[in-house]
Write a protein that binds this ligand. Sequence first.
Ligand SMILES: [Zn+2]
Length: 72
Amino acid sequence: MADIPLIGKKEENSNNTLNIVQCPKCQYKYFETLHLIQIISELMSKSGKKEMIMVPVFRCGKCGFILNETKE
Ligand SMILES: [Zn+2]
């Protein structure tokens, strides 16, 4: 996971304790889900076979900023 500072905002007029994540660039709060597909080689995989894993990433619906983009 990349260390991206998230801007959390507490909903003040409700009882829930969920924080709304806002885009660090434009403060927009709606995100689309995309998937990063990583391939694990035979050597790294527990099963001894090549494996594909899907990692969800979140893209700001307004400016397109990727919230948890990996640096690799
Ligand atoms: Zn944004």
